[in-house]
Design a protein around this ligand. Structure first.
Ligand SMILES: O=P(O)(O)OC[C@H]1O[C@](O)(COP(=O)(O)O)[C@@H](O)[C@@H]1O
Ligand SMILES: [Mg+2]
Ligand SMILES: [Mg+2]
Length: 323
C-alpha cells in the first residue's frame, strides 16, 4: 500500500514539486468531502455570477476555486495560478518555481444531479522571473508540463496523475484521508468502438467531424467496418477516466455556434493536462489537425478542439481532417 508521497519520491520528483502537488491534493480532499455532504453542506446550486467565459458559476465552482487558490498562492514554491474561475492569473510567491493551472470543478452541470464531477490540474515551471499575475509567464505549450492530473469525484474519489513517468491511480481512503496507490502503468487500448461526443451539436461541426461520426453510425456496413457504442457523461474527467480504463475516443470539436471560440474546452487547464495523461498512458490527443500539446497558447483561457483517447481511433479522426 503506497501513499502518494512515497510514489512521487520513488519517481524522483523534486521535493518542491511534491509540496505543490500535495497542496493541490489537500484542496481536492476538501472538495471531495464537501461533495459527499452535498445538500447538507449547502454547496449545491448556482451563484448570481458569471465567470470570464460567460458561464454561470455554481456555488461549488467558486468554493473549489477558492480552496485551490488560497492554498496554492500561500505555497512558497508557487509563482502563480491560472483558473477557469479567475479572469486573470493570480500571483503567488515571487521566488516560486512552479505555475499551477486548474479547472476547479469540471462537469459542473452534473453537481446538482449528483453525478460525477472532477478537478483538473497542470503544473509548469516558470521560465523567467516574471510575476505570476502576468499571464505571459504561463504561455507555454503542453509539452512543458512537469505534472498533470485530475481527481474524479465518483462513487469513490480517485486521483489520476503523471509526472512524466507513466500514469498512476490512487483511491482516497476515507478512513485515513490519504490517497493510496491502487493502479499503475495504465495503458489505454489502442483500438476502440466507443465514442463520446455531444451529438446535439452535430449541425454546427465542420464537415470532417460530421463525416467521421456519420461513418461511425453506419456501423459494420460503413467504411469503418465496426459497430460503435456511444457515451456522454458531460464531464470530461469522467469521460477521460472511462477511456483510461477501457479505451474509447472523446471529442469536443470546433463548432460554429460561436465562430470566435476555437471549441468549448480550454487548452491550459483541460486540454493540456488531459493530453499529458492520455499520452503517458499510450493514447493520443489531437485538435484533429495537430497534437494538442504542441498548440502555442496566446491566453490563459484559450479554447481548443479536443480529440483524445485510443491511439488508432484518434489517428482515424486526424486522417479525416487531412483528406
Ligand atoms: O454541455 P456539454 O456540451 O454537454 O459539455 C460538456 C463538457 O463541458 C464541460 O463540462 C466543461 O467543463 P466545466 O464544467 O469545467 O465548464 C466538460 O467537462 C464536458 O465534457
Ligand atoms: Mg471543465
Ligand atoms: Mg469547471
Amino acid at each position: 500500500m503506497k501513499r502518494l508521497d512515497q510514489v512521487l519520491a520513488a519517481e524522483g520528483v523534486p521535493a518542491e514539486l511534491e509540496l505543490v502537488i500535495n497542496d493541490v491534493i489537500v484542496a481536492c480532499k476538501d472538495i471531495a468531502f464537501k461533495l459527499r455532504q452535498g445538500e447538507l453542506a449547502g454547496i449545491l446550486g448556482a451563484t448570481e455570477d458569471e465567470n470570464v467565459q460567460g458561464e454561470t458559476q455554481k456555488k461549488l465552482d467558486v468554493i473549489s476555486n477558492d480552496l485551490l487558490k488560497d492554498i496554492l498562492v500561500a505555497n512558497p514554491y508557487v509563482r502563480g495560478i491560472g483558473s477557469e474561475e479567475e479572469d486573470y492569473t493570480v500571483a503567488g510567491s515571487a521566488a516560486g518555481k512552479y505555475l499551477v493551472t486548474f479547472d476547479p470543478l469540471d462537469g459542473s452541470s452534473n453537481i446538482d444531479v449528483n453525478l460525477s464531477v472532477g478537478t483538473i490540474f497542470s503544473v509548469l515551471e516558470a521560465q523567467d522571473d516574471q510575476s505570476g499575475d502576468n499571464q505571459e509567464v504561463f504561455l507555454q505549450n503542453g509539452r512543458k508540463q512537469v505534472a498533470a492530473g485530475y481527481v474524479l469525484y465518483g462513487p469513490s474519489a480517485l486521483l489520476v496523475m503523471t509526472t512524466g513517468n507513466g500514469v498512476n491511480i490512487f483511491t482516497l481512503d476515507t478512513t485515513v484521508g490519504e490517497f493510496i496507490l491502487t493502479k499503475s502503468g495504465i495503458q489505454i487500448p489502442a483500438d476502440t468502438a466507443e465514442f463520446a461526443i455531444n451529438m446535439s451539436n452535430q449541425r454546427f461541426w465542420e464537415p470532417e467531424m460530421k463525416q467521421y461520426i456519420d461513418d461511425c453510425l453506419l456501423g459494420e456496413e460503413g467504411p469503418l467496418g465496426k459497430r460503435y457504442n456511444m457515451r456522454w457523461v458531460a464531464s470530461m474527467v469522467a469521460e477521460v477516466h472511462r477511456i483510461l480504463m477501457r479505451g474509447g475516443i472523446f471529442m469536443y470539436p470546433y463548432d460554429k455556434r460561436d465562430p470566435s471560440k476555437a471549441g468549448k474546452l480550454r487548452l491550459m487547464y483541460e486540454g493540456n493536462p488531459m493530453s499529458m495523461i492520455v499520452e503517458q498512458a499510450g493514447g493520443a490527443s489531437s485538435t484533429g489537425r495537430m497534437d494538442i500539446m504542441d498548440v502555442a497558447p496566446k491566453g490563459i483561457h484559450d479554447r481548443v478542439p479536443v480529440v483524445l483517447g485510443s491511439k488508432n481511433e484518434v489517428a482515424k479522426v486526424v486522417a479525416y481532417h487531412s483528406k
